[in-house]
Design a protein around this ligand. Structure first.
Ligand code: FES
Length: 91
């Protein structure tokens, strides 16, 4: 099932990026471009990440490094992608 229609990114692709360490919508956007056009998929991506798609989420929540990804603080701000703390809680 497509999550991001603008870039043809599927739920499985988001989960694979999450398994590889992309634990926030910004990191998913950095890895796949999902969410960087109209932005209507960002909440869906947030919801997927909040439902255990990211096995390293617990480490991230504890502030631990998960792997050799660019730290979120160093990622460029992408217009239309809200900061993590600006997103509503996933349902
Ligand atoms: S549906 Fe993902 S950016 Fe438009």
């Amino acid at each position: 099932m497509y999550v991001c229609n603008c870039f043809g990114i599927t739920e499985d692709q988001v989960k694979k990026h999450a398994e590889a360490g992309a634990c926030t919508p910004r990191q998913i956007a950095s890895a796949s471009k999902a969410g960087t056009d109209c932005g209507s998929c960002v909440r869906r991506i947030q919801s997927l990440l909040g439902r255990g798609a990211c096995p390293r989420r617990e480490l991230v929540d504890q502030g631990e490094p998960t792997m050799a990804l660019v730290p979120e603080a160093e990622l460029p701000k992408i217009p239309g992608i809200p900061e993590r703390e600006e997103l509503p809680e996933a349902a």
